[in-house]
Ligand binder design. Structure first.
Ligand code: ADP
Ligand code: MG
Length: 674
């Protein structure tokens, strides 16, 4: 039913609503409130909390005329009272609120109470009748052009017309999980009569959203399983193991065996290797590429930064050389002529492994016989990019690697279509990095500590949040300026290098090469060193303005050290006094366990911030929260699997509504289920 059939919705308003994704009555009703004004238990004026909004039941005893402030604002005041005391209400630029109040009449005023024991005040409160006809008043996420009052009115009208809403949860699942029907749940989410009703409705709608997501991920899984891939021949990997300068850990061996077993099948491998920083994931990729090479096929490996691509290229070239494989590099900063030459060589199948960045996704790139597609630091790429590279090899196996330890509940939803190998073991001989939080008063001492290590032939990083100091003083360290300051001051006589994303590729390369071979002793950089950089001789990671970084990011940065035999240190410098920041940094000092850190991050910051919406390709959820709705996630997952077992492509008529919802959801992240 078109939204324009509602009273008060003309063309202009319809356009505004369309921008919010609302074109029909159904859309309107599926636009859930983001919260509620709780009118069920009003406070007295004196005992109202000062730190959060609440409802106060009081009687109007005085109204004032217009008052002009010095800033030219028009102000209107009223005084209200209850048994405990009096409170002043202030409204700006609108006289209607005060005019609408009757003397000696009681109202519910909703807002934040301010002031002290003697004088209480509420600015621009919302006004409700004293016995609100319902205890919870829905608050909607709105854009400019439609007021809260208008929107509530539209919802009211739509509820009266009760359009038929699609029931996406099959009846047997609803019965099993005790979920109410969609119509009742939607009514209650907009107009809850009491908190029980609200909770029941919420659970049902959260379940529906997660169930739809789980079904979508399940469909993707079916689709990838059903596609045909080129099975690799069962050659032995012994030559690979023999060519390594070290013995692989048990976890690495296991991941390699799982991957190569997948690759021998005619269904495409779709494997995620998840392992903390430094766990040696690259070797799994190398083994996979070698396995493809033994069958005469090629592999491509995509890294999120040029720095990392080059490092992989340089790191893997000697090993691959010993194995008779030819390795190529394709990155954005190469000259057009060089790129063209690479494109031709790739199409001709001259390289057995091609390492690169997004450049691998560009139009001109084709492979002769691409059998394995590897994505490193997968959380940096969206689902769509991952798929784009996959399409370069029509029947390619895929391997994705990630150091961002995704808590299990999230992993199920994000990577549900993938098989997972976990590398839960670090190469032997590593001692955990010791982490300390200091404030700037101790900076000089930290420098002394770093100098002692440089004198012993070791290396260090100092990471800053900015590239250059801007016009205004942000109090944030900038790598460019800091590098100059340090090389002429605290680190005079030492070789100090600079690295940031805005440098020319050739300059970056030169600095990295210098740091790699030890001529650069101290590297001042931005977070470009965050992912993957591997210099085992570097033992100290100092982070300036540590409060500016997410924990997972700090953990990644810390992962740059502790890669060799020497004891390594991470120094987090921050002058922040916020208890939350201090708690976060304390968590870093307490544990080296990436999973524990990720759980903490997820709990305190929510999944959106934790991963970044774009990066993991997860659709925007309306009502569910993957971080807190953990139990429902598991239930919805189980329910979706049951439905898919019975109807793998969701083609039965009874699943039509579910299928339509899944398609909408997947469309929003650029995936199409079959
Ligand atoms: P990440 O999992 O963070 O990508 P890398 O693959 O970069 O880790 O490996 C980190 C370092 O450990 C590299 O220098 C690599 O050569 C080394 N390494 C990998 N596996 C082993 C092993 N089994 N024994 C010793 N060193 C290893
Ligand atoms: Mg890596």
């Amino acid at each position: 039913m078109d939204i324009r059939m509602l009273r008060g919705v003309g063309e202009t308003r319809a356009r505004t609503l369309a921008k919010m994704g609302i074109a029909t009555l159904e859309d309107l009703l599926l636009h859930y409130p983001r919260g509620y004004i709780d009118l069920s238990a009003p406070c007295g004026i004196l005992d109202a909390p000062l730190d959060r909004p609440c409802a106060v039941l009081a009687t109007v005893i005085k109204k004032s005329g217009e008052i002009r402030t010095r800033g030219g604002l028009k102000m209107y005041k009223a005084t209200v009272a209850d048994d405990s005391g009096e409170m002043e209400l202030t409204f700006f630029n609108t006289k209607y609120a005060v005019e609408s109040l009757d003397y000696d009449a009681a109202y519910l005023f909703y807002g934040r109470v301010e002031g002290n024991l003697l004088r209480r005040e509420m600015r621009a409160p919302q006004i409700f009748p004293p016995r609100a006809d319902r205890p919870f008043f829905a608050v909607y996420p709105l854009t400019a052009g439609v007021s809260a009052r208008t929107f509530s009115g539209l919802v009211e009208q739509a509820l009266k017309l009760s359009p038929i809403l699609p029931e996406r949860i099959p009846a047997d699942i609803r019965a099993e999980y005790r979920l109410e029907g969609i119509a009742g749940a939607v009514r209650a989410i907009h107009r809850p009569q009491n908190s029980d009703e609200l909770e029941t409705a919420k659970r049902r709608l959260i379940f529906e959203e997660l169930f739809t997501l789980a079904a979508g991920v399940g469909l993707l899984r079916t689709r990838t399983r059903a596609a045909a891939a080129q099975p690799m021949e069962p050659h032995s990997l012994q030559p690979f193991y023999d060519a390594l300068p070290f013995t692989l850990t048990g976890a690495q061996r296991r991941a390699i065996e799982e991957l190569t077993a997948d690759m021998r099948r005619s269904a495409p491998a779709n494997r995620l290797v998840q392992g903390d920083v430094g766990s040696g994931k690259t070797m799994v990729a190398a083994a996979g590429a070698y396995f493809a090479f033994l069958s005469g096929a090629q592999s491509a490996m995509m890294a999120p930064t040029e720095l990392l691509a080059r490092q992989h290229y340089e790191g893997l070239s000697p090993l691959c050389g010993r194995l008779g494989m030819k390795v190529g590099l394709l990155v954005g900063s190469m000259t057009p002529a060089k790129k063209r030459a690479m494109h031709e060589a790739l199409a001709a199948g001259e390289f057995d492994l091609c390492i690169g960045t997004h450049a691998l996704l560009s139009q001109g790139v084709s492979f002769q016989n691409l059998a394995l597609v590897i994505t490193d630091e997968q959380h940096r790429f969206g689902v769509a990019q991952r798929a784009a590279l996959g399409q370069k090899g029509r029947h390619a196996h895929t391997l994705v690697m990630s150091a961002t330890p995704i808590p299990r509940t999230l992993a199920l939803m994000i990577y549900g279509e993938l098989d997972v190998s976990v590398i839960d073991e670090l190469p032997p001989g590593r001692s955990p990095v010791l982490t300390y939080k200091i404030s700037s008063g101790k900076r000089e001492r930290a420098f002394g500590f770093i100098r002692e290590h440089l004198d012993r032939g070791l290396q260090a990083y100092i990471v800053c949040p900015r590239v250059e100091a801007g016009e205004e003083d942000t109090g944030l360290r900038a790598a460019t300026d800091y590098m100059l300051e340090l090389s002429g001051g605290a680190f005079k006589g030492y070789t100090v290098g600079l690295l940031h994303g805005r440098m020319k590729a050739a300059d970056k390369e030169r600095t990295m090469a210098g740091f790699q071979d030890g001529t650069v002793q101290l590297l001042v950089s931005t977070t470009v060193v965050e992912v993957g950089v591997d210099v085992p001789n570097a033992v100290i990671m100092m982070v300036e303005n540590a409060e500016r970084f997410g924990l997972s990011q700090l953990h990644q940065l810390r992962g740059r050290v502790g890669r060799g035999k020497e004891q390594s240190y991470c120094i987090l410098l921050s002058d922040s006094t916020s208890p939350e920041t201090l708690d976060r940094l304390k968590t870093m000092c307490r544990t080296n366990d990436g999973f524990a850190i990720a759980e903490y991050d997820l709990r305190t910051r929510g999944p959106g911030n934790f991963l970044g919406q774009q990066q993991h390709g997860l659709p925007q959820l309306r009502i569910a929260d993957l971080a807190t709705d953990v139990e429902v996630v598991a239930e919805a997952q189980r329910a979706a699997n049951r439905v898919l077992a019975d109807d793998p492509a969701l083609q039965k008529p009874k699943h039509a509504a579910l299928r339509a919802a899944v398609e909408r959801l997947m469309d929003s992240v650029g995936e199409r289920p079959n």
